[in-house]
Design a protein around this ligand. Structure first.
Ligand SMILES: [Zn+2]
Length: 163
């Protein structure tokens, strides 16, 4: 009897520790995903400012630009913050809501647009392979700070030059 109580207490203690670990992990996953989002928002804002006044990388139209990833965030996590992988792209070419309308021709046009603007070497680089990166919250916060600063700098330069 005493043995089974001890065993039960031990199990309870183990469950408690396990749940604490799970909660801690959830908390850190959350912090990581928030930091990742914030970093991406800052990088994307920088791209829009950098490419303002340029045509859409895919269709060449002069339209309001979104930050369009060349290789998708989902499949190329390792270059999701790399400015070589992101260009001003019109809303339509970037797929609109949920990338529902994004088709192969848009990707092909993106490739062609990159070759035209930057050359074949850039396209080859984008296609990879790339080293897999493990971002820590600190890295992501640093990315956010760097790009927020960089975007403000570009804005200032632009204002100085009269738009
Ligand atoms: Zn376009």
């Amino acid at each position: 009897m005493a043995l089974s109580i001890a065993k039960r207490d031990k199990q309870r203690e183990a469950d408690k520790v396990h749940m604490q670990r799970v909660r801690l992990k959830q908390k850190s996953d959350n912090a990581l995903s928030i930091a990742k989002n914030n970093a991406q928002i800052a990088v994307n804002a920088f791209i829009r400012t950098r490419d303002e006044g340029k045509p859409c990388i895919s269709c060449g139209a002069m339209k309001p630009l979104t930050a369009g990833h060349h290789q998708s965030v989902g499949s190329y996590e390792e270059i999701r913050f790399n400015t070589k992988n992101i260009n001003g792209q019109c809303w339509g070419c970037n797929g609109g809501q949920g990338n529902k309308y994004k088709d192969d021709t848009v990707d092909q046009k993106y490739d062609a647009g990159v070759v035209e603007r930057f050359g074949q070497a850039r396209l080859d680089w984008v296609k990879g392979p790339h080293h897999l990166k493990r971002y820590r919250v600190d890295d992501l916060n640093r990315i956010r700070r760097i790009f927020t600063r960089r975007e403000k700098l570009y804005q200032r330069i632009r204002a100085k030059n009269g738009g």
